[in-house]
Design a protein around this ligand. Structure first.
Ligand SMILES: Nc1nc2c(c(=O)[nH]1)N[C@H]1C(S)=C(S)[C@@H](COP(=O)(O)OP(=O)(O)OC[C@H]3O[C@@H](n4cnc5c(=O)[nH]c(N)nc54)[C@H](O)[C@@H]3O)O[C@H]1N2
Ligand SMILES: Nc1nc2c(c(=O)[nH]1)N[C@H]1C(S)=C(S)[C@@H](COP(=O)(O)OP(=O)(O)OC[C@H]3O[C@@H](n4cnc5c(=O)[nH]c(N)nc54)[C@H](O)[C@@H]3O)O[C@H]1N2
Ligand code: SF4
Ligand SMILES: [Mo]
Length: 695
């Protein structure tokens, strides 16, 4: 058979880059980025190229499994799909008969294909659709809502055209989004400056023009001093501010005490460097991007850090600017019609969300809610019981703090189902594992990417499933049929695609040549006066009605983070370029690249403890202990230890990952209760560990 080029979408992480798979005689011979996609330039990252390792891995769930032993014991019986779906549907029915549709909780990893999941939940009459974001970017989302009245994805990072990019808690060259990496590299080749603010020197900081190592947890102090200088030296964009920013005087008064000298004592960054940096930044305005952060579920004040960043961008006139943060266009903004939504097949459920988003917490976005608060409801049955939970390509037992506490809560469920393409702690603890086909072996619903030039895209099935696994739509429509959710009982993916395309003027034929359908001829920058800030005043409100109504301050006074005492260190974490969260450690190719994580510790501190680089140490916190090799380096702040997240696997079915390194979440005792009341995110870096020499 001739070689075929199949356009699809990478699934090795949630960024979901457009890809092209070369397939010959039913075997994938090459994977690359979709050469037609703007900014991708045919590239994928190391994890994307290890997609074939996932396909060829026998250590993934291969058939539906139903638990026979106790939860977490790992005793299963194999079942046919008919039997497994019947089993799940029957159990769901009895839960819903007893407690109503609202007693079903569903969580996923967000992203462009969630319309199907949300529709399924509406079909059941449950408002409890959640995603992972309380453990990731919710603080950024809520900060955007409080400043602009719209969400974080309504703004684009126009990296390609930027003149100065600032990354604070954002490791762009290791925590990868391929388009962002390419765009920033291109801008830097054209003279764009890069500043990195971090608690350690990472790969990105090695490429930066300026690097500030701050004391962990003091980013808010740093940013308040930045605003102080911008305002006191009148370096901000006065025209933009006059037209678009409300309550500027309140901000001015608020930052008055937060001088660079004051910030130096908090952050450790010399005052003169802060001032020089702001002056340089102001020269590049408005083509500046101070990235608001991505993985920001770190501190009790992370939300206010994100807010301060958005305000800095606004003061620099970067909101709406080319080379700054222009507005993302939806199909309607370029005169086209968007995909017809599957969620519109059903009315919105009348029940309130169990997690309290939108009513108990009126300032929280109701879209995906906050999963840790849903877990709280599961534990307390307040406001009502949650008795069935579908974790859909989501591993909360590795993604949320304190897995042992979470297991106790999950054990209250009548039904826990995991839909996944690899083993995970959550799958292992489930009653039923429904094996999802890996992305190369499944198609997905159509999706739309909003941006300067929005487009529709398609994930095609490049390969036949190697095992008895199924696609998303096959699983959910299969359940919908059994639960008599008729409108979602589609029989083929083509039926779904045609439904989605209705009224758009696009047909499936239009995807053939590139896998994408562009909706605009060229990037469209909307003028600032076309922006619609959905705030009380229609401008950027420094004093947010949304927050004040919820009894929260818009301008929160700074509180200095605790300095770890008695040989303890603040736990910090992040990603590495060759793994995605916890689920690629067992991938044969990526495991070879990095089989275990190590503990970064400041060299002087380590030497004072008589430690040698590379030796194994004991890490402990609140009764949990683990062993890991230490990496002594001058490139980390002495108050912190750092590890790459996602190691320390304990499942016997993952022979490679088993027992390698440690898992940061285990050292976050009580962490499900520690969250930011204004931003909603869990605060995972408010925990401390001790480090001990073993012999
Ligand atoms: N302590 C600590 N906790 C963290 C983090 C941290 O750094 N430290 N990081 C946080 C962040 S940023 C996030 S986003 C969350 C992540 O939260 P997780 O849910 O842990 O994310 P993944 O590992 O991507 O999990 C997705 C699960 O779905 C399965 N899966 C099934 N199909 C697919 C597919 O098509 N694609 C992908 N990608 N997975 C699939 C995977 O095998 C995996 O088990 O965790 C957060 N939690
Ligand atoms: N290779 C790879 N790429 C990924 C992912 C992946 O798993 N692997 N996951 C994707 C996902 S879901 C996400 S959310 C993004 C995350 O992307 P990022 O948010 O960039 O991710 P991290 O690597 O968690 O953290 C960034 C930096 O924050 C620093 N940091 C920690 N504490 C502090 C602090 O108190 N102050 C400051 N200033 N810096 C601090 C860390 O040292 C780290 O260098 O990456 C995405 N891309
Ligand atoms: S960033 Fe890498 S792993 Fe993530 S979707 Fe893109 S190519 Fe795949
Ligand atoms: Mo994330």
């Amino acid at each position: 058979m001739a070689k075929q080029q199949i356009f699809s979408v990478c699934g090795m992480c949630t960024v979901r880059c457009p890809i092209q798979a070369e397939v010959e005689d039913g075997v994938c011979t090459f994977l690359q980025g979709n050469p037609h996609a703007s900014g991708i330039k045919g590239a994928i990252c190391a994890r994307g190229s290890a997609g074939l390792g996932l396909i060829n891995d026998d250590e993934r769930p291969q058939v539906p499994l139903i638990r026979t032993g106790k939860r977490g014991e790992g005793q299963w019986r194999e079942a046919s799909w008919e039997e497994a779906l019947d089993y799940v549907a029957e159990r769901m029915k009895s839960v819903m008969d007893a407690h109503g549709g609202r007693s079903v909780l569903f969580s996923d990893r967000g992203g462009p294909f969630r319309d199907l999941h949300m529709s399924f939940m509406r079909g059941l009459g449950s408002p409890n659709y959640c995603n992972h974001d309380a453990s990731c970017a919710r603080n950024v989302q809520h900060a955007a809502l409080s400043v602009f009245g719209f969400g974080r994805k309504d703004l684009v990072y126009d990296l390609k055209n930027a003149r100065h990019v600032v990354l604070q808690t954002r490791n762009i060259f290791e925590s990868i989004n391929v388009k962002e990496v390419n765009d920033l590299a291109e801008a830097m080749a054209n003279g764009c400056k890069l500043t990195v603010i971090d608690i350690r020197a990472n790969t990105t900081s090695c490429k930066a023009d300026r690097f500030f190592m701050v004391r962990p947890g003091t980013d808010y102090a740093f940013n308040l001093a930045i605003i102080h200088v911008l305002m006191s030296e009148k370096l901000y964009d006065a025209d933009f501010a006059r037209l678009w920013i409300n309550d500027l005087n309140d901000l001015y008064r608020f930052v008055e005490p937060y001088t660079p000298d004051w910030a130096e004592k908090e952050t450790g960054v010399p005052a003169q460097e802060i001032i020089a940096f702001v002056r340089e930044l102001a020269k590049a305005k408005p083509s500046v991007i101070w990235h608001p952060g991505w993985m920001t579920a770190r501190y009790r004040d992370s939300f206010y850090v994100c807010r301060s960043i958005y305000l800095i961008n606004a003061l620099l006139g970067a909101i709406g600017a080319k080379g700054g943060l222009p507005l993302a266009n939806k199909p309607e903004d370029v005169g086209r019609k968007g995909l017809r939504k599957l969620v519109d097949l059903f009315p919105k459920p009348e029940d309130k969300r169990a997690d309290g988003a939108g009513w108990k917490y009126p300032h929280f976005d109701t879209g995906p809610g906050l999963l840790h608060l849903a877990f709280k409801a599961m534990e307390t049955e307040d406001p009502y019981p949650l008795k069935a939970y579908i974790a859909y390509r989501h591993d909360p037992l590795m993604g949320f703090p304190d897995p042992e506490a979470l297991k106790k809560i999950l054990d209250k469920l009548d039904l826990l189902v995991s839909v996944t393409f690899s083993w995970s702690d959550t799958a292992w603890f489930s009653d039923v594992v429904l094996p999802l086909s890996p992305y190369l072996e499944r198609e997905s619903i159509l999706a739309c990417k909003n941006g300067l030039s929005p487009y529709f895209f398609v994930r095609h099935r490049a390969l036949k499933p190697r095992f008895d696994t199924r696609a998303d739509w096959e699983i959910l429509c299969g359940l919908a049929k059994r639960l008599h959710v008729e409108p979602l009982s589609f029989n083929s993916i083509e039926e779904i695609w045609n439904y989605q395309l209705e009224g758009t003027g696009v047909t499936m034929k239009d995807f053939e040549s590139t896998g994408m359908v562009p909706l605009a001829e060229k990037p469209r920058y909307r003028k600032v006066n076309e922006l619609k800030f959905k705030t009380a005043s229609g401008k950027i409100d420094i004093l947010s009605e949304r927050l004040e109504k919820a009894g929260l301050p818009s301008l929160k006074p700074y509180e200095s983070p605790a300095r770890p005492q008695d040989g303890r260190f603040r736990i910090t974490f992040g990603r590495c370029p060759v793994h995605t969260q916890g689920h690629t450690v067992n991938n044969p190719y990526l495991y070879e690249e990095m089989p275990e994580n190590v503990l970064w510790l400041n060299k002087d501190v380590g030497e004072a403890m008589r430690l040698q680089d590379g030796e194994e140490v004991e890490v402990s916190s609140s009764g949990h202990t683990g062993r890991i090799k230490v990496k002594l380096t001058e490139f980390i702040h002495p108050e912190a230890v750092f590890m790459v997240h996602g190691f320390g696997h304990t499942l016997p079915v993952e022979s490679r990952a088993f027992g390698k390194g440690i898992l940061d979440n285990n050292f976050m005792h009580g962490g499900l209760e520690l969250w930011d009341p204004a931003g909603g995110g869990v605060a995972m870096q408010e925990h401390f560990v001790t480090v001990k020499k073993i012999s």
